[in-house]
Design a protein. Structure first.
Length: 254
């Protein structure tokens, strides 16, 4: 929604273009785009039109060979989803995430619609179901989801192991949801190397001066994962001592 930070549409679209260019310059091979403006910050039809416009702009800016993922956070109706895909399907949208509330028959119809157009867009879902893992097995059995995205911090490694085993039996890829957490991102990468059907790690555009993540390297759009114990992270002791020691005013409740 960065385009909505500006007073004019032109300035907002320019921000989207620059965001995509920055992703390319940083070496990424994919970006996730927020859609659903008509459910949050714009009139419904105008919001849908802007969603379509920014995705078209992203593809025009990035060119081919760059995955564009869209995420509606359940903001669309089924009909709006079809309208959106009719306008963007030829742009090779990589996945459509949480277009509407999970419902097997609607997802089945969506899969059939995509297949009927000859598109390869994947149907992704599942970040908001708390810890209800068993909820998804009927969706897997029905073959209506391509990617499962339960939140990495909400479910944790143990829960995700169970979910991944279930998804793997049905050929469903795993892409743990993560937002607003550096630790969640590194956790998802550590988990990803343990399963054969990991698809994407969700990068939060954050940084930390006190976390040393130098064991991870990023090249050609992919992260390497260190083999050291735990998450492979260390505290920068010098920064910690100079800036944070004596100010530990947080606590963990169990």
């Amino acid at each position: 929604f960065n385009d909505l930070l500006y007073d004019t549409k032109e300035a907002g679209l320019e921000r989207i273009r620059k965001d995509v260019e920055q992703s390319l310059a940083n070496g990424f091979r994919a970006c996730k785009m927020k859609i659903g403006r008509g459910n949050y910050m714009m009139e419904r039809k105008a919001g849908l039109e802007r969603d379509i416009e920014v995705v078209k702009l992203a593809r025009q800016t990035a060119g081919v060979g760059f995955d564009i993922l869209v995420d509606a956070n359940n903001a669309y109706t089924y009909d709006e989803t079809i309208e959106f895909l009719n306008e963007t399907g030829e742009l090779e949208v990589f996945w459509a995430e949480e277009m509407f509330e999970e419902e097997i028959e609607r997802d089945r119809n969506l899969k059939a619609f995509i297949a009927g157009r000859g598109w390869k867009t994947l149907v992704a879902d599942g970040e908001t179901r708390s810890r209800d893992i068993d909820f998804f097995e009927p969706f897997f059995q029905a073959g209506v989801l391509d990617v499962i995205q339960h939140d990495i911090r909400a479910l944790g490694i143990t829960g995700w192991r169970r979910l991944a085993d279930m998804a793997g039996r049905y050929g469903v890829k795993c892409a743990p949801h993560n937002w607003g957490s550096l630790l969640g991102f590194y956790l998802s990468l550590q988990f990803g190397v343990t399963i054969p059907h990991f698809l994407y790690g969700e990068v939060a555009t954050l940084s930390s001066d006190v976390i040393d993540a130098s064991g991870y390297t990023f090249k050609d759009g992919a992260f390497s994962v260190p083999k050291s114990p735990g998450l492979g992270l260390e505290l920068n002791q010098k920064v910690y001592a100079e800036q944070y020691a004596g100010r530990e005013d947080w606590q963990v409740k169990t």
